[in-house]
Each structure stands twice: as structure tokens, then as C-alpha cells.
Design a protein around this ligand. Structure first.
Ligand SMILES: NC(=O)c1ccc[n+]([C@@H]2O[C@H](COP(=O)([O-])OP(=O)(O)OC[C@H]3O[C@@H](n4cnc5c(N)ncnc54)[C@H](O)[C@@H]3O)[C@@H](O)[C@H]2O)c1
Length: 346
């Protein structure tokens, strides 16, 4: 294990993305998303992705300097064409559109098609809660190469990890951040466990024969992810597939990248809500803070250090890692360095 500061990782990542063809602002956007995922403790969506993202540009799945645009819109809806840009660019753009529309009309719904991997979904729900808007974001149909989950009761993988994130603004308390895959673990966490040569938690994956296993290598030999919480996690993943892929019409935009789409049938849906539609701003802030205070007042269970609010683990990790640095598996750091060397970045 080695430790790097957020600023070192930011510098090397920006230079790599510039070298692979991104404009400066796009290199900064993608880098900020990756390093922030590491700071939040979600290493699966951090700089570990740099080598595969560079590969995706080389293979034509990601267009390094592409920018999203609105295909059509109303006062409360918009359909965004990601033009196969980096997903972090498209999702940040769509989230901004959704925030502005919700501030004007109270609610909004924005879809993204021709959408690449959007990274840590919590980034977008946090953008909204920072702006005083509640937001739900789902990414459906991201079961591209090598990422697949078994539907509950089935024997063959079909879905991606179908994540969902919700951001809810509070008053003076920290905002609520709900953010997870509807599989027992995010696929990137298998990569992290593989790099560390560590076992996965039981109930995360099955091997190619459908047998439970904790060995991350079994996943890469034809295994699959399991939904979290049995039929309930599976039901949520069906919901995400419909909202993200079916309702956005993503399948109709699947053609068209040089190397053939990895995430061709994937779509993202953003739903934004002004939390002060039914109550005034002061009443909302007081009620939100009182709800959080009631949660924190619940006495700890035996052996527990107490109740945390969703979003608290990420905030604690950020505070700690900004001071102590970001731990990376040696294998991950070596792959980033080798990607840098292949692009002439020292
Ligand atoms: N772009 C994609 O296609 C994609 C796919 C899957 C996952 N992801 C991302 O991967 C990341 C990791 O997903 P995951 O499923 O491993 O998440 P996870 O299982 O680590 O759960 C994280 C969520 O649970 C909350 N949480 C954790 N411990 C808690 C506690 N003790 N008390 C209260 N709340 C607690 C966190 O605040 C957060 O909301 C997420 O950021 C997700 O968006 C992205």
C-alpha cells in the first residue's frame, strides 16, 4: 500500500487526461470527480479508473473532448445527448440543467443518452444539495463488458450494478447523501479487492457456476454480482433499469462510437425537487435539522459507535484523507504510472 496526496493525484491525472486529448477544463472535471471519489472513501470510482478510461478513449468508446448538449426540452424536462463524452462531464451538465429547472418550476426531470460511465453518483446529488435542491439520480443499463448482475432467482447475469443516489439538503446540519449500487458491492470494489488480493464480503458474488464465493478472481472468470438485500435490492435494480435506460430511450442512441459502444444501452435519469415547494425555507430547514438531530440522539447499539447519517462516512473520509493522504494498492499506482508513461507523461 502506498499513500499519495490529493494534490499529487490531481496533478498526474490532469496531465494524463490532457495527454489523451481532453481540453483542460474536461481534464480538470474528470480528475476532480475521480480524486473526490477517493477522498470520499469510494476508491472503486477514484483514480483506479484512469487506465481503463484512457483505454476507453483509445478504443473510441469515450470521445475525450466531446461535450454534452440538450436534444429537446420543456420548462421541466430535458433530454441531454452526452455525445459519448466522459460520463462525469455529461452528468455534471445534466445535473446543472436539472437544478436550474427545479429552482424555476419546483421539479424537473433530465435524461442522458449516449452516456458513458458517470463515476460516483453521489457527486451529482451533492452538487444539488449544495444548491439547496433535492435530487435523485439513477444510472441504468451500464452492464457493459464484464459488469453484470444476476437477477434475484436467475442463473445468468443481465443487469449492471444499477446505482442510485439521493441528495437532500439540510439546514445548518450536513446534507443527507444516499449513494450506492443496487448490487451487494459496486463492481469497482471487486477491482479494488483484486488489487489488494483481499476477499470480498460473503454474499457479494457468485462464480461462473452460480455458486457463492468471496474470491474476486472468480468474478473475472465468468462470475457475477448479486443484488443487495435479496429480492428488495433486485426490485430496486429493475426500477433503475426502467428509469435510466427504458424511460430515457437510451437504446435508440446505442450506435455510433468508433469502437462500438461499451455502454451503448445505458442511460441516466436525474429528478430534481425544490424542497420548499410545500413549506417555506425556514420551516423546511428546521424540520430537516430536527429529523437529523433525532437520528443522532438514538442511543448506540451494543458494540456500535452510534448512528451515522447517510453521507457521514464520506464526510469523515474526506476530512481524514485530505490530511493523511489517499491509500492506493501498489498495483493500482503501478498501472497509473504505466498509463502515464505510455502517454509520455513523466
Ligand atoms: N457509475 C456507475 O455505474 C456506478 C455503479 C455502481 C456504483 N457506483 C458508485 O460506487 C460507489 C460505491 O457504491 P457502494 O454500493 O459500494 O456503496 P456503499 O455500500 O459503500 O454505501 C454507501 C452509502 O451508504 C451510506 N453509509 C455507509 N455506511 C453507513 C452507516 N454506517 N450509516 C449510515 N449510512 C452509511 C453512505 O453514506 C452512502 O450513502 C457509490 O459512489 C456509487 O455511486 C457507480
Amino acid at each position: 500500500m502506498i499513500v499519495q496526496s490529493a494534490s499529487t493525484l490531481t496533478e498526474i491525472s490532469q496531465r494524463i487526461f490532457q495527454a489523451v486529448g481532453c481540453s483542460d477544463d474536461i481534464a480538470k472535471r474528470v480528475t476532480a470527480a475521480l480524486v473526490d471519489a477517493n477522498l470520499c472513501g469510494h476508491d472503486s470510482h477514484g483514480v483506479i479508473r484512469i487506465p481503463t478510461y484512457v483505454e476507453a478513449v483509445r478504443e473510441g468508446h469515450v470521445v475525450a473532448d466531446a461535450r454534452p448538449s440538450v436534444i429537446r426540452q420543456t420548462a421541466v424536462t430535458a433530454l441531454v445527448d452526452g455525445h459519448w463524452a466522459f460520463g462525469q462531464v455529461s452528468a455534471a451538465y445534466a445535473t446543472q440543467v436539472a437544478i436550474e429547472k427545479a429552482k424555476g418550476a419546483g421539479v424537473s426531470m433530465v435524461g442522458i443518452v449516449r452516456c458513458n460511465h458517470i463515476g460516483r453518483l453521489g457527486e451529482y446529488s451533492t452538487m444539488a444539495s449544495d444548491a439547496g435542491v433535492a435530487l435523485i439520480i439513477v444510472a441504468g443499463g451500464f452492464g457493459g463488458r464484464g459488469v453484470s448482475a444476476v437477477p434475484f432467482g436467475g442463473s445468468k447475469p443481465l443487469f449492471g450494478t444499477n446505482p442510485i443516489s439521493v441528495g437532500i439538503p439540510a439546514g445548518v446540519q450536513p446534507d443527507v447523501l444516499v449513494d450506492f449500487a443496487t448490487t451487494a458491492v459496486a463492481a469497482g470494489k471487486i477491482e479494488v479487492a483484486r488489487a489488494k488480493k483481499a476477499p470480498l464480503p460473503p454474499g457479494s458474488i457468485v462464480d461462473r457456476e452460480g455458486r457463492p464465493t468471496t474470491d474476486p478472481e472468480d468474478y473475472y472468470k465468468g462470475g457475477a454480482l448479486l443484488p443487495f438485500g435479496g429480492h428488495k435490492g433486485y426490485a430496486l435494480s429493475v426500477m433503475v433499469e426502467f428509469l435510466g435506460r427504458v424511460m430515457t430511450g437510451a437504446d435508440a442512441y446505442a450506435e455510433g462510437t468508433r469502437g462500438g459502444p461499451v455502454y451503448g444501452h445505458s442511460g441516466t435519469l436525474v429528478l430534481a425537487m425544490d424542497p420548499t415547494v410545500f413549506v417555506d425555507a425556514a420551516q423546511y430547514a428546521d424540520a430537516a435539522d430536527a429529523t437529523l438531530a433525532r437520528l443522532k440522539d438514538v442511543p448506540p447499539a451494543p458494540g456500535s459507535s452510534g448512528v451515522m447519517i447517510p453521507g457521514e462516512p464520506e464526510a469523515r473520509s474526506r476530512a481524514q484523507r485530505l490530511v493523511n493522504g489517499i491509500p492506493l494498492a501498489e498495483d493500482t499506482w503501478e498501472k497509473i504510472q504505466s498509463t502515464a508513461r505510455s502517454l509520455g507523461v513523466s
